[in-house]
Design a protein around this ligand. Structure first.
Ligand code: FAD
Ligand code: NAI
Length: 476
């Protein structure tokens, strides 16, 4: 006899587990199915984000930043460090502990909210919206389920470089890049995107010589041009060798290292041998094992689950959220869609505005933005004004000893409504929230400029950038 639920969520990443909690809060009988497992076989809900993405990468970024500060920045503060060393195994064990705390936290939240958790692979077996969708769970939590509504939140997996097998020994995807037990002397990275820059930064700080091979001619092409230029300068200073306009011609793993050949931007053949190679060239939707074919679940030409603006699939009462559908592949975008879908199922009006989804790259300097870049506005023919303020002129940044970068506010020339905020510098990941709030409330740059900001704080740079839109910054 199958268990019946109002909502079954397939996938327990940030899209899925948050959808399950919100649906349960709204009074529905909810189950969440997730196949992630820890090394000892216990469930590991939280998806890519918790297990091999956001959380472990930020744990390693933090550890490696402490190491870098101890080695390079402390001296300036008069702090002497002698005998500085690195124990990568311990660093990795700490990362593992942080991940496990998050896994356990999600299991606790399921209990608290009365979400029934099934550990295993969920797949469609048949049914309809009228009779309820039939699902099977295979694995430790094997079960047969019937659901009035199904939310597919099966996430994404790394995009493969054609002809290059990931062995997570020499040629690594995100899982391998996060799990190295020692610091490779020579680290190659194919793809200078978000993962490449974050992982490249971790291992460079720990001592690797890092070479990044990026296909596109422009570095960080989607980012504000001035931010990308500042980032490229900062990363070059740190010793990240970033080559753009590269076409990889061969990747040959040997016994202990990997030989990589490429044509450079001028078409000249180049080659290098690396102790490890990270391949981070984007991610693709993950629907294998879902058996969507059994019910006719439609995928789009890029294999994402085909959904409308409200995350409805082609099947009634089957929804999809997060990385498995169009839009930015970000944990908080997945969460927002999960909440919105749960609310729509409950008859409410959930809403997600992609234009106010913030982006953050957790390098040093951090890079964050929301809304439109100047180059996008130019392409769209929108008249705008922009104002920037450098951290070099901010007292708190000077006290921190971290004055790289700036804040930029972009506002509509006619209405002064804020259209975008771009930050490169200390705590950009936190500062960007003010821009998101301002944009959500339809604020003008004048509104931001007239808000009292604490002194001394990095957020004063945001206020000054807003003042600079009207050419009246006070501290520069
Ligand atoms: P996922 O998190 O991928 O979760 C899907 C879950 O479903 C997985 O547990 C999977 O095993 C399970 N599953 C799949 N099929 C089935 C099935 N048939 N039955 C049962 N379970 C199934 N985003 C940010 O916003 N900030 C960051 O700092 C950040 N850092 C990242 C760092 C790295 C290295 C990577 C790789 C990604 C990072 N991301 C970050 C992206 C973020 O991880 C994803 O956008 C997010 O995890 C997507 O959530 P999701 O719920 O859609 O899917
Ligand atoms: P990405 O899209 O950020 O970067 C991939 C890079 O690889 C691009 O610059 C692309 O031009 C390049 N590339 C593609 N094919 C190539 C080839 N054949 N040779 C060389 N370069 C090639 O994807 P990435 O870094 O893999 O990350 C996947 C996604 O995960 C991100 O887009 C983001 O959505 C998410 N993520 C988010 C993070 C955050 O929010 N801080 C951190 C890490 C990942």
């Amino acid at each position: 006899m199958a268990d019946s639920f109002d909502v079954v969520v397939i996938g327990g990443g940030p899209g899925g587990y948050i959808a399950a909690i919100r649906a349960a809060q709204l009074g529905m009988k909810v189950a969440c199915v997730d196949d992630g497992s820890r090394a000892d076989g216990r469930p590991a809900p939280g998806g890519t984000c918790t297990n091999v993405g956001c959380i472990p990468s930020k744990a390693l970024l933090q550890s490696s930043e402490h190491f870098e500060h101890a080695g390079h920045a402390f001296a300036e503060h008069g702090i002497e460090v002698k005998g500085l060393g690195i124990d990568v195994k311990r660093m990795q064990a700490r990362k593992g502990k942080v991940v496990a705390q998050n896994n356990d936290g999600i299991l606790f939240l399921f209990k608290k909210n009365k979400v029934t958790f099934f550990h295993g692979r969920g797949s469609f077996t048949g049914g309809s919206a009228a009779t309820g969708w039939s699902l099977r769970v295979e694995g430790p939590g094997a079960a047969e389920l019937v659901a009035r509504h199904v939310i597919v939140a099966t996430g994404s997996k790394p995009r493969a470089l054609p002809g290059v097998a990931i062995d997570n020994r020499l040629v690594l995807d995100n899982e391998g890049a996060l799990a190295m037990a020692e610091v490779p002397k020579r680290l190659g990275v194919v793809g200078a995107g978000v993962i490449g820059l974050e992982m490249g930064s971790v291992w460079r700080r720990l001592g690797s010589e890092v070479t990044m091979l990026e296909a596109l001619p422009a570095f960080l092409g989607a980012v504000d041009e001035a931010v990308a230029r500042e980032a490229q300068k900062a990363f070059a200073r740190q010793g990240l060798a970033i080559h753009t306009g590269v076409a990889i011609t061969s990747v040959k793993p040997g016994k202990k290292d990997v030989a990589v050949a490429w044509n450079d931007a001028a078409g000249k053949a180049q080659s290098a041998t690396f102790d490890r190679l990270i391949v981070s060239i984007g991610r693709v939707p993950h629907t294998a094992g879902l058996n969507g074919e059994a019910v006719g679940l439609k995928l789009d030409p890029r294999d994402f689950v085909d959904v409308d603006a409200e995350c409805r699939s082609n099947l009634p009462q089957v929804w999809a959220v997060g990385d498995v559908v169009r839009g930015p592949m970000l944990a908080h975008k997945a969460e927002e869609e999960g909440v919105a879908v749960a609310e729509r199922i409950a008859g409410q009006h959930g809403h997600v505005d992609f234009n106010t989804v913030p982006w953050v790259i957790y390098t040093a300097p951090e890079i964050a933005w929301v809304g439109k870049t100047e180059q996008q506005l130019k392409a769209e023919g929108v008249a705008y004004r922009s104002g920037s303020f450098p951290f070099a002129a901010n007292g708190r940044a000077r006290a921190l000893g971290d004055t790289t970068g700036f804040v930029k506010i972009v506002a509509d020339a006619a209405t002064d409504r804020i259209l975008g905020m771009h930050v490169i510098g200390p705590f950009a990941s936190e500062l960007i929230a003010e821009g998101v709030v301002a944009m959500e409330f339809g604020a003008s740059s004048e509104d931001l400029a007239r808000i009292c900001h604490a002194h001394p704080s990095l957020s004063e740079a945001t206020r000054e950038a807003a003042l600079a839109v009207d050419k009246r910054a006070l501290n520069i």
